[in-house]
Ligand binder design. Structure first.
Ligand SMILES: Cc1ncc(COP(=O)(O)O)c(C=O)c1O
Length: 390
């Protein structure tokens, strides 16, 4: 199986751009876009039958056949080791996290536990819910930039208190791009009776998943980043014991009719991204997912070591904490503020046509590279040289 430039024809990316930012919002392969378009055309031919009979089963006598949403959910469930009825589609991980945060019973004195690497939008949702209910958010400091798994587990355990009602952990963190020990984090929390919401926004397609074995209570994720689904495709998995009382952020016809009924129809919408998710998984399988995973991980890890070496900066992470993304400290001469980061990102994009995530943290700038099958070593060399020229 060839990787790098030989694979670019599968993706609709602008050939003039060095795209090292797959993780930010994902890229949909051409074949999956075509499948989505075919679904949209099917919908356009008979919209009411498609949406109300095929997709949702809201209209007509029961057919005994699973709806189109349930069929697609079953394919995704197989991919993540779950039972189909424990998994629902959501538009994105933000929506899945909101559903859980807004459904958990919380009152004055209760706490939601996060880390300081929790994705900002999810941390906002936690702060919002806490503010409404008189609860508080406790934020555990991640051992970072020198990442230490054991120290993280101990810090989380030490932060659990009598009022901790929910803990939220990223499976793969966003800016710092660290693969966290999610099963061990869940085990520490479970031992103290604290339910866990895992935010796996970056995980499907990167790490093989067997959700029930992780020991978490809820797992939300995106399929539009690394699982090759069209944009606006994520899922929420809930352990059977956590499904009652779990509501989508938008309440519709399914209220109190059960987990899947509540989430499968949240008003009239374009469900083509959900229905095309199985095509994304088929694309992964057809391009030899195991070989692709090995290639992407190797490119991210070796690329991170190469860039840190070229820029003379400390990497501060081991190979086990790297998936398909890696975050590398940039030369101190580039600055240290968010404004400096914006400037560097703009220079790379406008002067060199390199799309890469750049952020400010811990008093310096960092670049987060993504490695997807269409990337190759020359992309990283181009980045190394462009940064050296700034
Ligand atoms: C850890 C994490 N959680 C949640 C999200 C939000 O994803 P979305 O914007 O698709 O909801 C992201 C996005 O990058 C993320 O990295």
């Amino acid at each position: 199986m060839n990787f790098g430039a030989a694979r670019r024809a599968d993706w609709p990316l602008d050939p003039g751009v060095t795209y090292l930012n797959h993780g930010t919002v994902g890229v949909t392969p051409r074949r999956v876009l075509a499948a989505q378009q075919a679904i949209r055309e099917e919908m356009a031919r008979q919209p009411s039958a498609f949406l109300l009979r095929e997709v949702s089963g809201l209209v007509g006598a029961p057919t005994g056949r699973p709806t189109r949403v349930r069929q697609a959910a079953a394919a995704v469930a197989r991919f993540v080791g779950a039972r189909p009825d424990d998994l629902v589609f959501v538009d994105n991980a933000t929506t899945g996290a909101n559903a859980v945060l807004r459904s958990v019973a919380l009152g004055p004195g209760d706490e939601i536990l996060l880390t300081n690497h929790t994705y900002g939008a999810v941390a906002n949702a936690a702060a919002f819910v806490a503010r409404e209910r008189g609860a508080t958010v406790r934020t555990v400091r991640m051992p970072y930039p020198a990442f230490d798994r054991g120290a993280l587990l101990d810090a989380v355990e030490a932060a659990i208190g009598a009022g901790t009602r929910l803990a939220v952990f990223d499976h793969i963190t966003s800016e710092s791009a660290l693969v966290l020990p999610i099963a061990e984090l869940a085990a520490r929390c479970r031992a103290r009776g604290v339910p866990v919401l895992a935010d796996g926004a970056h995980a499907p397609g990167v790490v093989p998943l067997d959700l029930p074995s992780l020991g978490v209570d809820w797992y939300t994720a995106n399929l539009h980043k690394w699982a090759c689904a069209p944009h606006s495709c994520g899922f929420l998995w809930a352990a059977p014991a956590r499904q009652s009382g779990l509501h989508p952020p938008v309440i519709s016809w399914g209220l109190d009719k059960g987990f899947t009924a509540e989430f499968d129809w949240v008003g009239t919408r374009d469900t083509s991204a959900w229905l095309a998710a199985p095509e994304g998984l088929a694309f992964l399988a057809d391009q030899d997912w195991d070989a692709s995973r090995a290639y992407n991980h190797d490119l991210a890890w070796r690329g991170a070591m190469f860039l840190a070496d070229r820029w003379g900066t400390p990497l501060g992470r081991d190979e086990a904490s790297v998936g398909f993304m890696a975050t590398i400290p940039m030369p101190a001469s580039l600055g240290r503020t968010p404004a400096d980061a914006a400037l560097v990102r703009d220079r790379l994009f406008f002067d060199d046509r390199i799309e890469v995530q750049v952020h400010a943290a811990h008093d310096r700038l960092w670049a987060r590279i993504s490695a997807q099958v269409y990337n190759e070593w020359a992309d990283l060399e181009r980045l190394a040289e462009a940064v050296a020229r700034i």
